[in-house]
Design a protein around this ligand. Structure first.
Ligand SMILES: Cc1cc2nc3c(=O)[nH]c(=O)nc-3n(C[C@H](O)[C@H](O)[C@H](O)COP(=O)(O)OP(=O)(O)OC[C@H]3O[C@@H](n4cnc5c(N)ncnc54)[C@H](O)[C@@H]3O)c2cc1C
Length: 487
């Protein structure tokens, strides 16, 4: 997805593709060369637990490094390793719904509606499956992200997370092969320490997940609000940010989740009726409507939809991310405290404008935090507790085109990280591990906060030889040769 992780950035070995037409072989035709880069030269197309058990035994005998790859969407290169054997879980695509799923080993009183999905299931299929079964599942915004792999183990946010929680809040059970070769079921009644670690400790760390079961909610009516102006109308961005910052805590309390770009905001809530939703969004609509005389790109919409599937199809699915770009992100969780008083809000708007000015691609403000879903004392999940009080997950994005000298690549990482520094300066140390700065300072605190020490203990219990190690993962070993391609 992000081609720098197919390249070996440190040596510039790559096999470039054209992001606009990925079938076009021209970018890697002579005189260009197509090199292996960081893409694993061998893959196991995982079908069952014994495939994974045999791979762990093989790696132990030969020393060949293993890497787990699902969709290959990872922003931090955690699913590609030079010279490795890849365990590819993409073809584990099964989906089933059980209206009274009981986690194995739990009493019948634990029954809840659940969808069991193979590790390779992707979001677009899950949304369609939920729609067909009259249920609601929390998903991320990109159709092709793997919902049962890295997305969920790293946290998993989506437009409904405000009221329904993160992906990790909703998991009922994992089936996993651990690096010592054990095929385990992890839920709240057995292997509960591993279950907790898998709910936020990150992918590629504790074993290879074959399937997960997630809580299904009833189908729900949603109120959607959308406002946009021309992307080129950058003079309007400050005022737009001011309106959004002034109102965001109220909207979060009212169940709104959504996505804010410098020129548009898309919000959705299951908690209000249509007139309540339109009324509370009025400040946003007023601001954007007032731009209309001079801006032909103005759009305002307030609509009721019958389901999350309808919302996803109409507002999310069409905006799919480009494949084959060299994208670099750096992110920050923005707590409610930053919105509490006028001085804080002014400082936040100033920091957003600075971040936007310094991020070479974009700044996205994601109202996808579990604002109304507590997890006191991190009893259920191991993501950083900072997710709970956060209003936004803000992502600065930069990158470069095609092949670039190593120095230019390093500059893109530094530049995007520097853009996020404006937000770092005014927020506590917390970021989303799946969409974080590759060189996140103090990453253990930032991704897991007070949960890191316990995660490390569990890592040592289930993977005592650190067979599965990935960049800035729990138990990360910076000296490992598998990181030789990072710049
Ligand atoms: C365009 C785009 C949009 C995104 N939108 C969202 C969003 O809306 N919400 C959100 O929360 N995140 C989003 N993400 C981030 C996403 O959560 C991460 O990229 C995540 O790592 C993807 O997981 P994957 O399994 O699909 O990818 P992969 O790159 O295949 O894997 C990611 C990590 O998980 C591990 N892993 C994968 N499968 C398994 C398995 N079966 N067992 C054990 N470990 C495994 C890998 O080893 C690697 O460490 C987005 C990413 C992109 C590129």
């Amino acid at each position: 997805m992000n081609t720098q992780w197919g390249s070996c950035q440190a040596t510039s070995q790559s096999c470039l593709i054209d992001g606009f037409n990925t079938s076009d072989p021209a970018p890697s035709d002579p005189p260009n060369v197509c090199e292996q880069g960081s893409v694993s030269p061998f893959y196991i197309d995982v079908q069952c637990a014994s495939d994974v058990q045999n791979a762990f035994a093989f790696s132990k005998k030969t020393g060949v490094p293993l890497v787990v790859k699902n969709t290959g969407h990872d922003y931090k290169g955690r699913s590609s390793t030079p010279g490795s054997l890849a365990l590819w879980t993409h073809n584990l695509q099964s989906l089933s719904y059980n209206a009274s799923f009981v986690p194995a080993g739990c009493p019948a009183s634990h029954a809840k509606p659940g969808v069991t999905m193979g590790a390779g299931s992707i979001i677009t299929n899950i949304v369609a499956f939920a729609e067909a079964n009259n249920i609601t599942l929390v998903t991320g915004a990109e159709t092709t992200v793997g919902a049962s792999g890295g997305w969920v183990m790293g946290g998993g946010h989506g437009a409904l997370s405000n009221t329904l929680g993160l992906g990790v809040d909703r998991v009922l059970e994992f089936k996993i092969v651990t690096p010592t070769g054990r095929f385990l079921t992890a839920n709240e009644c057995q292997n509960s320490d591993l279950f907790w670690a898998l709910r936020g400790g990150g992918g590629g760390t504790f074993g290879v997940v074959l399937e997960s079961t997630t809580l299904a909610s009833p189908k729900m009516t949603l109120q959607v609000a959308f406002a946009a102006f021309s992307r080129t109308n950058t003079n309007a961005t400050r005022g737009f940010y001011e309106v959004v910052v002034d109102n965001s805590v109220r909207w979060a309390e009212q169940g709104f989740g959504g996505y804010i770009e410098p020129f548009q905001a898309l919000y959705v809530t299951p908690k209000l009726n249509s007139s309540e939703a339109a009324a509370t969004m009025q400040p946003l609509f007023d601001y954007v409507s007032a731009l209309a005389p001079n801006d032909t790109g103005v759009q305002i919409l307030s609509v009721e939809l019958p389901s999350y599937g309808a919302f996803f199809t109409n507002f999310i699915a069409g905006s799919g991310a480009p494949v084959g770009e060299n994208a670099v992100v750096a992110s920050r969780l923005i707590p409610a405290a930053n919105f509490a008083d006028a001085a804080g809000r002014a400082a936040l708007v100033a920091a957003l404008l600075q971040t936007l000015a310094h991020a070479s691609f974009d700044l996205s403000l994601l109202a996808t935090t579990p604002y109304n879903v507590p997890d006191a004392g991190s009893a259920r999940t191991s993501v950083t507790p900072a997710w709970r009080g956060a209003v936004w997950h803000a992502i600065a994005e930069g990158g470069w085109d095609g092949a670039a000298p190593v120095d230019a690549e390093r500059a893109a990482y530094n530049g995007t990280s520097g853009a996020a520094d404006y937000l770092r300066a005014i927020t506590p140390d917390a970021a989303y591990q799946n969409e974080a700065d590759v060189h996140e300072p103090n990453h253990e605190v930032s991704f897991w906060g007070s949960n890191y020490a316990r995660l490390l203990q569990i890592k040592k219990k289930y993977d005592p030889e650190n067979v599965l190690t990935c960049w800035h993962c729990v138990g990360y070993d910076p000296q490992s040769p598998r990181f030789s391609c990072y710049v």
